[in-house]
Design a protein. Structure first.
Length: 246
């Protein structure tokens, strides 16, 4: 370990040398990637295991990894949050016992890569996850150092009004759409919220869309998980604007 003071110094220098006009979450995410010498990273915040919001990604690959976890409901970030521990997932073409579908699809995105999902727990409980990935497979600092960095970043996010609002979710349009769509599926099918969210994720996976895209289709009425006569026998109707129901 390099020590807490040294890690804080690295964080301070990285923030000072970055784009000061960028939102704090963006600068913190970039700083983590730089300090750990990773190839990309993301910061997500969560208030429950069913609700997670990506507040920053460093590049398109990181964004796709986060979208994939959101859609599948599986991945290292999900476990890091729910269990409050660092999860390292090596994606190298070998079937993963923990995340079989995520691992296979993640390799299609980036090729062989190692993902590190580190819980942010500055106040004694996990508020989100720092996820970074490395093509080389290793990071410049140890897992305890990465954990301290994640906790420090979490503390910074808790002190940032924009990020605190993100943690409460209702002010964020994307999360609000997912909540609204989940409620609509509950009403359409008479299932519980967890099952409704699972159906949204399944639809996103089946149509290669993000969860927010599917939620938008449900909210606008272009996707319905029940027949129009009010029955719910597993038939999903999907409409295209200007076209008849299919």
């Amino acid at each position: 370990m390099v020590g807490q003071a040294a890690m804080l110094g690295l964080l301070a220098r990285s923030l000072a040398g970055g784009d000061l006009s960028a939102p704090l979450a963006v600068r913190l995410c970039r700083a983590c990637v730089e300090i750990l010498a990773a190839d990309g990273g993301a910061l997500t915040l969560s208030s429950t295991t069913l609700e997670r919001l990506t507040v920053s990604t460093s590049n398109g690959t990181s964004a796709r990894f986060e979208d994939l976890q959101e859609v599948l409901g599986e991945g290292p970030g999900q476990v890091a949050y729910s269990e409050g521990r660092t999860v390292v997932e090596v994606i190298d073409g070998v079937d993963s016992a923990r995340f079989p579908v995520f691992s296979e699809l993640a390799e299609d995105i980036s090729g062989p890569v190692t993902l590190y999902a580190v819980p942010m727990r500055p106040a004694g409980h996990t508020i989100g996850v720092l996820t970074v990935y490395s093509v080389a497979g290793s990071l410049t600092y140890s897992t305890p150092d990465a954990q301290f960095l994640a906790d420090a970043v979490g503390a910074a996010l808790l002190g940032d009004p924009v990020s605190v609002n993100a943690l409460s979710f209702p002010t964020w349009p994307e999360r609000a759409r997912v909540h609204q769509a989940t409620g609509m599926v509950v009403a359409q099918l008479g299932v519980g919220p967890q099952d409704a969210l699972a159906l949204l994720r399944a639809s996103a996976y089946a149509h290669s869309e993000t969860l927010d895209q599917v939620a938008g289709e449900v909210v606008t009425g272009h996707l319905n998980f029940a027949r129009r006569d009010g029955t719910s026998d597993g038939v999903v109707s999907r409409e295209t604007p200007g076209n008849e129901e299919t």
